[in-house]
Design a protein around this ligand. Structure first.
Ligand SMILES: *Cc1c(COP(=O)(O)O)cnc(C)c1O
Length: 346
């Protein structure tokens, strides 16, 4: 169940869903469709339905009771755990609409506590869930914490023995959890998010980054020794030579992180060049002293060019920024072009 919340992590939920083979009402029958997709709000579900998406949609964020009628109309499977919400959903849908039971095994964010689920036995007997799920808090850092949450989840399921349908769909794994397993994810579904976009775990999972962020050089200038570049004059040109600095038409208003100031890198003319000075809202400067560079040239800020790759994973690690935040920010202003990236056999 790919997670395409936050507009597909900034990349475009509809395009991502189509690329992954989620069915739309255009008559194309995908051969290997995922079970469904996960999103986080009803507006996100609405955008998918408006685009013709006919696949299953699961909403992982709790909904307010007043949102449940709209969830039903949108054929969204809500994550529920409060007895009164489950009862209301069942009445609203005349016992026909699926939902997933949310169990908190340590994230302390949403769901029923794993050690208190038996209080739900009677309501679940009358209104059985289609799925039961939990979510990890530190799987990227600690297998110990993952194992603890795994065992709490199993404990909760044991406490519900006899009331869950035999066909119940269990799911727990986000990208980090998937990457951490030796023998595949437990349960029936997994919920990869960031890995789909190669924002993390690309090497562990054998994934290739298909997102490329590019910008044009819109100005090039000589900068003399000791002259500064950009706000705060945080970069000073080297003594003893004339530096060449190119200006790219991209900044933090496009989601290119301010934290890449003096630490980001770009590919121009088959060479990796450093960002110099602070990233500004609309423009970012690069040291191009060592390469030929002219107005109109294309710079690659993330992704591949000329056989070189700047991966989201590596670049965010170097600049101590957060790959999730980087990705969702890319939806801010930049035009997005989609190319057919999948071999036709998939
Ligand atoms: C966001 C989210 C995911 C996906 O997490 P990644 O770390 O991006 O793989 C999975 N499950 C839930 C409940 C989420 O909120």
């Amino acid at each position: 169940m790919p997670i395409i919340k936050a507009n597909g992590y900034g990349i475009g939920a509809v395009e991502v869903a189509r690329t992954l083979g989620i069915p739309f009402d255009d008559g194309v029958e995908p051969s290997q469709a995922p079970w469904g997709v996960g999103i986080s709000s009803l507006d996100e579900a609405q955008k998918l339905r408006d685009a013709g998406c006919t696949g299953r949609i699961f909403c992982a964020t709790p909904l307010l009771p007043l949102e449940l009628p709209r969830a039903l109309a949108l054929k969204v499977r809500p994550a529920l755990h409060r007895m009164e919400d489950i009862t209301y959903w069942w009445r609203l849908s005349k016992g026909r609409a699926p939902y997933h039971l949310s169990i908190d095994t340590g994230m302390s964010r949403a769901g029923e506590r794993w050690d208190e689920v038996s209080a739900l036995r009677s309501v679940l007997e009358k209104a059985p869930p289609e799925g039961v799920f939990t979510h990890f808090h530190s799987v990227d850092e600690s297998i110990v914490s993952r194992n603890e949450q795994d065992s709490r989840f199993r404990e909760a399921l044991a406490a519900l023995a006899g009331v869950l349908p035999a066909t119940v769909l269990l799911h727990s794994d986000n990208s980090g959890a998937i990457a951490s397993r030796q023998n595949g994810s437990p349960g029936h579904l997994a919920r990869p998010g960031i890995a789909l976009y190669a924002g993390l775990y690309a090497s562990e999972l054998g994934l290739r980054q298909v997102i490329h962020l590019r910008a044009r050089v819109v100005d090039v200038r000589d900068v003399l020794p000791y002259e500064s570049v950009s706000y705060g004059a945080t970069w000073i040109a080297a003594p003893g030579k004339v530096s060449r600095v190119a200006t790219l038409a991209v900044g933090y208003a496009d989601g290119y992180p301010w934290h890449f100031s003096n630490s980001g890198r770009v590919i121009i003319d088959g060479t990796i060049c450093p960002i110099v000075g602070r990233v500004t809202m609309d423009m970012t400067m690069v040291d191009v002293t060592e390469i030929p560079c002219a107005v109109g040239d294309v710079a690659t800020l993330l992704g591949s060019d000329s056989g070189l790759t700047l991966s989201i994973e590596e670049e965010t690690r170097r600049s101590r920024t957060f790959p999730y935040e980087l990705l969702v920010g890319l939806g801010l202003r930049i035009p997005v072009f989609y190319h057919d990236v999948l071999p036709s056999s998939i």
